[in-house]
Design a protein around this ligand. Structure first.
Ligand code: GLU
Length: 466
């Protein structure tokens, strides 16, 4: 059996967002070999820096391509802008066999024809005006300096069928498809053409891409057939929508992968969220890439729009933080925290981060609560302290004096002195020591806090100055 070769073929005209990241993730999961090809034929909109950003994002996500730029082959093999000579050869073949012809229609003419068809209720399609020009007409127009486009001659009365791995059997009539442009007037190749030709030449045998490309597929299959090139299998995946049901955009939660990286998302969280969007895994645990791959089956992808839920994303993020090892956590945290957290408390601090934090800024707040003097207090703190009364804090101060770093003994002593218990005991204590009303277990906080700092914080609510 031939192995499955998939590809990710981004156009470097912007940053990678959740939508195209999902195509990349699912393509990498579906293929035994995974290829990266840069579709930079739109010379005006394609940018080198977007190529670099795309590769950085793929790298960060752990989606390592087996073939593509920065591999052993010449770099240019995987950039469409460098493959023009090769495309020329295939254009020549199509011209020779009469399957492509020069079209001299101007954009204005085409626009008028389009409007006329639309206003009479017909789907806009190329009229075929240039499809039977004589050789002398063509020569004359070329001599006049008109730059033609090259159009593919769509055969009449054919049915194009394929079995989509997500959407099932598909059937299109060639009579519904007008002759389409395969080379623009400026000589650059059009998407339908170079995308299909490259898949064939690069041995891609499963094209996994967004369902917005579904109607392009019959055109591409006709090109491949005309060139006697192998046809791949197709899997057109549903688009991601936001929780409002609209296509994912900035408004309903889409972000670029690089922005998410800056926000502190961990790659394995994004991988789990994307791989599970519209695809069921038996395991509900956070899975690393090889396990996600092992449990993935294209044919199990749902057909309905995949709904992005930020709550799911944060669920995976929480599990990712919990299971991150020390080195991964340190590199996830702001670099200056290494200075804030004393070396002898690194392990305890990382445990607190794992069980209490989802984003680096929370970890940073806890580092400051535990290891810095300055304390930001939530508004509820003052009220809690007032309810507890000064006597409570005086007792707490005495207890802290007697039992530094020993939470059990401290608590016993405080209970004995103040008579407080339950919420009346823990809430004001937590509020005074951390400035907050939630967080890690008090025992861990008390044992980590420098005793003098703990006493100063308790003394803030008394007349005593520590
Ligand atoms: N460059 C195309 C895009 O980014 C690729 C489409 C495909 O995967 O075939 O939409």
């Amino acid at each position: 059996m031939t192995s499955v070769k998939t590809r990710f073929a981004p156009s470097p005209t912007g940053l990678m967002h959740l939508g195209n990241a999902r195509t990349a993730v699912l393509s990498a999961l579906a293929g035994e070999r995974f290829l990266l090809r840069i579709e930079d034929t739109d010379l005006e909109r394609s940018r080198r820096e977007f190529v670099a950003a795309l590769m950085e994002d793929l790298d960060w996500l752990g989606l390592i391509w087996d073939e593509g730029p920065s591999g052993p082959e010449p770099e240019g093999d995987y950039y469409q802008s460098c493959r023009v000579d090769l495309y020329r050869q295939y254009y020549g073949e199509l011209e020779q066999s009469g399957r492509a012809y020069y079209c001299f229609c101007s954009p204005q003419e085409l626009e008028i024809s389009r409007k006329v068809q639309l206003s009479s209720g017909r789907p806009p399609r190329y009229s075929g005006k240039c499809s039977h020009l004589s050789t002398s007409d063509v020569t004359r127009r070329l001599q006049e300096g008109v730059q033609p486009t090259l159009r593919f001659r769509v055969p009449k009365g054919e049915v194009i069928e394929f079995d989509d791995q997500v959407r099932g059997p598909q059937r299109f009539s060639s009579d519904d498809i007008g002759d389409f442009i395969i080379r623009r007037a400026d000589g650059t190749p059009a998407f339908f053409f170079c995308n299909a030709v490259d898949d064939a030449l690069m041995g891609v045998n499963l094209v996994l891409r967004g369902e917005d490309h579904l109607t392009n597929t019959p055109r591409q299959l006709m090109i491949l057939q005309a060139l006697a090139l192998p046809r791949p299998d197709y899997a057109h995946i549903s688009l991601i929508v936001g929780d409002d049901g609209a296509p994912l955009s900035k408004r309903n939660g889409s972000r670029s992968i690089s922005q998410m990286r800056q926000e502190g998302y961990l790659p394995v969280a994004i991988l789990n969220m994307l791989a599970r969007l519209g695809h069921h895994y038996d395991s509900e645990e956070l899975l690393a890439l090889p396990a996600l791959k092992a449990g993935f089956d294209v044919r199990r992808l749902g057909k309905s729009p995949a709904r992005f839920d930020p709550v799911h994303l944060d669920h995976w993020q929480q599990l990712a933080v919990r299971s991150a090892d020390d080195a991964a956590l340190w590199s996830w945290l702001p670099p200056d925290l290494r200075v804030v957290v004393p070396v002898e408390h690194h392990d305890e601090y990382l445990d607190i981060v794992r069980s209490n934090c989802v984003f680096p800024e929370q970890a940073e707040q806890w580092a400051r609560v535990l290891f810095a003097d300055e304390l930001h207090r939530e508004p509820e703190v003052a009220q809690l302290a007032e309810q507890a009364g000064e006597g409570f804090f005086l007792s707490a101060l005495d207890a802290a004096q007697t039992a530094p770093r020993d939470y059990k003994a401290f608590l016993e002593e405080l209970k004995r002195r103040s008579g407080a218990k339950g919420k009346q005991l823990f809430m004001p204590l937590r509020a005074a020591l951390t400035g907050r009303t939630d967080g890690p277990e008090l025992a861990r906080i008390y044992e980590l806090l420098d005793p003098a700092r703990a006493r100063r914080r308790l003394a803030e609510f008394t007349y005593v100055s520590e």
